[in-house]
Design a binder for this molecule. Structure first.
Ligand SMILES: Cc1cc2nc3c(=O)[nH]c(=O)nc-3n(C[C@H](O)[C@H](O)[C@H](O)COP(=O)(O)OP(=O)(O)OC[C@H]3O[C@@H](n4cnc5c(N)ncnc54)[C@H](O)[C@@H]3O)c2cc1C
Length: 409
C-alpha cells in the first residue's frame, strides 16, 4: 500500500494527516511522527500564561487520537530527511536512531524558536510559545508585584533563495515571523492586571524588530497605536533584540528598554532537522520552498505545510491549516481519488483575546498580499469565537475540517 509519512503533529501536519485519511479511507497507509506524544493547542498558550487556563486543558494525546482515526503514530525526533533515498532518520523515545521510509512525505515540523540567539534568555527570558514556557510565565506573573514589562518578538531569519514558486506578493519580506501573540498578550495582560487592581503598578512596553504589525493595513496599525496610547502602552519599532538582562532588554544597535519582566516571542529560524537534510530540499534559511500545491520544488513526492514551508508568511495557524489541507487534497488527487484542490489564498486571520475583560479583536486582512480586506474589530463575540475555536480543536483532537464554519480564528 502507498505509504505517506507526515512529520509534525500540530496545525499543518494534523490537518494533512486527517484530511488524507478522510479522502483516502483504507487505500493509504498514513503515519505521523512527532517529537512528543502530546501536542498543545498553541493559540491557547497565552491564556495559560495569564492563569486563565491550565496547560493540561490544551493537550491532545496523539498516541490515542491518531490510531482512533486510522492513522499510525510514532513518537520520535526527526534528525534529517534524505529526500533522494525517500528516508527519514529519527531518534525514538528510547534514544535509538531509526529510519522510516516513505512513498510520499509531508513536512510539518514547523520553525525553530531560536532562543539561543538571545543572550540571557535562559536566565531572564519568558515566553508563551510552548506549554512549559507559558506555565513558567504564569508562575512568575502570579508573584509579580508591579514594575516594567516588555513584550516583543525576535527577528525572523527568513530564507531568501530559492524562492517558492508562488506569486511574488504572497511572500513579503518580514522582520518578525508572528506578532499576533504579542498583540494578544498586551491586551490580556492589561485585562489581567485590571482584574487584580494592579494596572497602575505596571508599565508595559511593546517592541517590534521592524514596524509593529506590518502584516496589517496602515489603518489597522494606526488603530492599534491609538489603542496603545489610551492604554498607556509604549510602542517601540525597529528594536531587534539581542540580549535580556535582569532589568532591561538590549537591541542589536545597543538601545535598551527597562524591563523587570521580559516576555519574548523568540527569533524564528529554520528547523535544525531540515537544515541537516538534503540541501536542495530547503532554502538558505532552512525552510522548504514549494509550489502552490505545497509540493517541493525539487522532490515531487515531498510536500511542506505550515511554518516549515517558506511560502507561509507570517507563521500563522490559519495558513498552516490551509496549506495542510491543500497538500492532502493534491496528493489524494494524484493518487486517483476524486477531490477538489483548494487554491492557496494567503490572508491574516486571527483573534487577539482578552479573556479577563471578555472581548477580543478579530482580524482579517489581506492587504499585505495586495488585497483590499482590512478588518480589525474588537467585540465580545470575537472572544466567544476564540473560546469556540479552542473547544473545537480539543473536541476534534486537532482536526480542523470544519474550520471555515468557525467564521474567524
Ligand atoms: C503563542 C502563540 C499563539 C498563536 N496564536 C495563533 C492564533 O491565535 N491563530 C493563528 O492562526 N496562529 C497562531 N499562532 C501561530 C501558529 O500557532 C503556528 O503558525 C502554527 O502552530 C504552525 O503550525 P505547524 O503545524 O506548521 O507548526 P508547529 O505548530 O510548530 O508544529 C510543529 C510540530 O512538529 C513537532 N516537531 C518540531 N520539530 C520536530 C522534530 N525534529 N521531530 C519531530 N517533531 C518535531 C513539534 O513538536 C510540533 O508538534 C500562534 C503562535 C504562537 C507562538
Amino acid at each position: 500500500m502507498t505509504k505517506v509519512l507526515v512529520l509534525g503533529g500540530r496545525f499543518g501536519g494534523l490537518t494533512a494527516a486527517y484530511t488524507l485519511k478522510r479522502l483516502a479511507q483504507r487505500s493509504l497507509d498514513v503515519k505521523l511522527l512527532n517529537e512528543s506524544r502530546f501536542t498543545y493547542f498553541r493559540p491557547g498558550l497565552p491564556h495559560v500564561a495569564v492563569g486563565y487556563r491550565d496547560a493540561s486543558e490544551l493537550s491532545v494525546d496523539l498516541k490515542e487520537a491518531l490510531p482512533s482515526k486510522g492513522i499510525q503514530f510514532q513518537q520520535g525526533k526527526v534528525l534529517k530527511v534524505d529526500a533522494k533515498a525517500n528516508s527519514v532518520l529519527y531518534r525514538d523515545q528510547l534514544g535509538n536512531e531509526r529510519e522510516e521510509l516513505y512513498d510520499y512525505l509531508v513536512i510539518g515540523i514547523g520553525a525553530h524558536l531560536a532562543t539561543e540567539a538571545v543572550k540571557g534568555w535562559d536566565q531572564y527570558g519568558y515566553s508563551v510559545c510552548e506549554a512549559d514556557f507559558a506555565t513558567k510565565l504564569w508562575e512568575r506573573l502570579r508573584n509579580f508585584q508591579g514594575g516594567t514589562i516588555t513584550i516583543g518578538s525576535g527577528p525572523f531569519y527568513q530564507g531568501k533563495q530559492p524562492r517558492p514558486k508562488v506569486p511574488e506578493n504572497f511572500v513579503p519580506a518580514a522582520d518578525s515571523a508572528c506578532e499576533g501573540p504579542v498583540f494578544e498578550l498586551s491586551l490580556m495582560l492589561t485585562g489581567y492586571f485590571k482584574s487584580k487592581g494592579m494596572l497602575s503598578k505596571v508599565k508595559m512596553t511593546v517592541y517590534s524588530p521592524g514596524e509593529y504589525l506590518s502584516d496589517l493595513s496602515p489603518a489597522s496599525r494606526k488603530t492599534v497605536a491609538e489603542m496603545y496610547k489610551g492604554m498607556g502602552i509604549e510602542l517601540v519599532h525597529n528594536f531587534r533584540i539581542k540580549e535580556i538582562r535582569e532589568k532591561e532588554v538590549v537591541s542589536e544597535d545597543g538601545k535598551t528598554l527597562e524591563s523587570d519582566l521580559s516576555i519574548l516571542l523568540p527569533p524564528y529560524a529554520g528547523n535544525p532537522a531540515l537544515k541537516n537534510s538534503t540541501p536542495d530540499l530547503i532554502d538558505d534559511g532552512g525552510f522548504v520552498p514549494t509550489d502552490l500545491n505545497m509540493t517541493s520544488l525539487k522532490y515531487d513526492n515531498v510536500y511542506a505545510v505550515g511554518d516549515a514551508n517558506s511560502a507561509t508568511v507570517p507563521k500563522l495557524g490559519y495558513l498552516a491549516v490551509q496549506t495542510g489541507r491543500i497538500a492532502a487534497q493534491h496528493l489524494a488527487s494524484r493518487l486517483g481519488i476524486r477531490t477538489k484542490v483548494d487554491t492557496y489564498a494567503p490572508t491574516i486571520v486571527c483573534v487577539a483575546d482578552d479573556p479577563y475583560e471578555g472581548f477580543a479583536v478579530g482580524v482579517k486582512d489581506d492587504t499585505w498580499y495586495g488585497g483590499t480586506t482590512s478588518i480589525a474589530q474588537p467585540s465580545n463575540v470575537n472572544h466567544l469565537k476564540k473560546e469556540l475555536f479552542t473547544k473545537y480543536f480539543m473536541w476534534t483532537k486537532g482536526d480542523m475540517a470544519l474550520e471555515k464554519f468557525l467564521g474567524s480564528w
